[in-house]
Design a protein around this ligand. Structure first.
Ligand SMILES: Nc1ncnc2c1ncn2[C@@H]1O[C@H](COP(=O)(O)OP(=O)(O)OP(=O)(O)O)[C@@H](O)[C@H]1O
Length: 331
């Protein structure tokens, strides 16, 4: 579906939004109807992910993460907007194309092991299953499953069933299942939700390895802000919109040693909206109406009214004629 913004952009001769990105979410809206009440789970969400990126999407409960993932995984269709993953337009897929998209383009790791692994199959058989469904010959699929389990550090679990594996081992085998058909993207929904901190760390490092070694684009959705230590980019969702991003880069000091720098950005959406962090709003008591000023290199945001300082006794003693520069209540 072509949005008004698209048409305006095309008219101006500018490239389409996210033209070179692998994943494009453009002004996504998802409205649920529940008992006659409308719930806006996604409220004009914009998101771009490049091929080869390792990205985390974080947000509080109810912010719209699961809704976004359901859309990206082809299980749900948004109410409005545009969503593309590689060559697939997710707004316009037939049921057969949806099956092909889910089988060839994307892999999934869910929080619940029962959703990832078949309990009566061994780790090797679990990883080989998607290959069998795709018609791959037996010898080839066993070889691929073995190779993936080795890469993920769970080669020793090859002949064990899920019930004989720890939570972390189960999730690493689940990553193997997600990778079996060599998808271009792996979506992981709260993959560490049921794990302790140390095991979560191992599983996230495993996703990082997959991204680095196989070049697979990985999108991890979680409520855990600690995930940002393991990924290059963390996108925060608030109220169904992307609100801020933390980007981590490795910098080299003059003495040759490396260190990681994390920088936080606010997101300016295509309509020019930006969400100010809560702590900034609270610090300056910004609410409702604010003043904007365009400076040479930046835009400043001011409280609508300056915060009035209570006058002290010494202030009272200053005679008018001294030309006090106090300007209470004048801005
Ligand atoms: N099927 C549905 N019907 C009605 N409302 C829904 C439905 N699914 C989600 N919602 C609502 O949409 C909003 C976003 O929900 P969503 O599950 O996407 O958030 P989330 O960030 O994934 O939360 P959590 O971390 O708790 O899973 C919430 O207000 C939720 O109540």
């Amino acid at each position: 579906m072509t949005t008004t913004l698209d048409r305006l952009t095309e008219k101006a001769g500018a490239p389409a939004f996210g033209q070179d990105a692998l994943i494009v979410c453009d002004s996504l809206v998802r409205i649920y109807q529940a008992d006659g009440i409308e719930v806006q789970a996604l409220q004009g969400l914009d998101l771009l992910v490049d091929e080869g990126e390792l990205v985390a999407i974080v947000g509080a409960s109810g912010s719209g993460k699961s809704t976004l993932l359901a859309v990206l995984s082809g299980l749900d269709v948004p109410t409005a907007g545009r969503v593309r993953v590689g060559p697939w337009d997710l707004m316009a897929m037939t049921p057969a194309q949806r099956v092909a998209y889910r089988r060839e383009m994307v892999g999934f790791v869910w929080q619940q092991t029962a959703r990832n692994l078949v309990p009566y199959l061994t780790a090797t058989e679990n990883v080989a299953l998607p290959l069998a469904l795709a018609g791959t010959a037996r010898r080839e699929r066993t070889a691929r499953a073995t190779q993936l389990l080795d890469l993920l550090g769970v080669g020793y679990c090859a002949d064990r069933r899920p019930g004989q594996l720890s939570g972390g081992e189960q999730q690493r085998v689940a990553i193997g299942v997600a990778l079996a058909n060599s998808p271009r993207v792996v979506f992981a929904d709260e993959p560490t939700g049921e794990l302790d901190t140390a095991t979560s760390h191992e599983v996230l490092e495993c996703l990082r390895l997959v991204n680095r070694e196989l070049g697979t684009t990985v999108v991890v959705v979680t409520h855990d802000p600690g995930v940002s230590e393991h990924v290059q980019r963390t996108v925060a969702i608030r109220d169904g919109r992307t609100s801020s991003e933390v980007v981590r880069r490795t910098q080299t000091r003059d003495d040759g040693t490396e260190h990681v720098v994390a920088e936080e950005f606010a997101m300016l959406d295509r309509a020019g909206r930006v969400q100010l962090p809560q702590e900034y709003r609270e610090a300056l008591e910004l609410s409702g109406r604010v003043r904007l000023a365009l400076e040479e290199s930046h835009v400043s945001v001011w409280p609508d009214r300056p915060r009035i300082q209570p006058r002290t006794a010494s202030d009272e003693a200053v005679p008018e004629s001294t030309g006090s520069s106090r300007q209470e209540g004048t801005r």
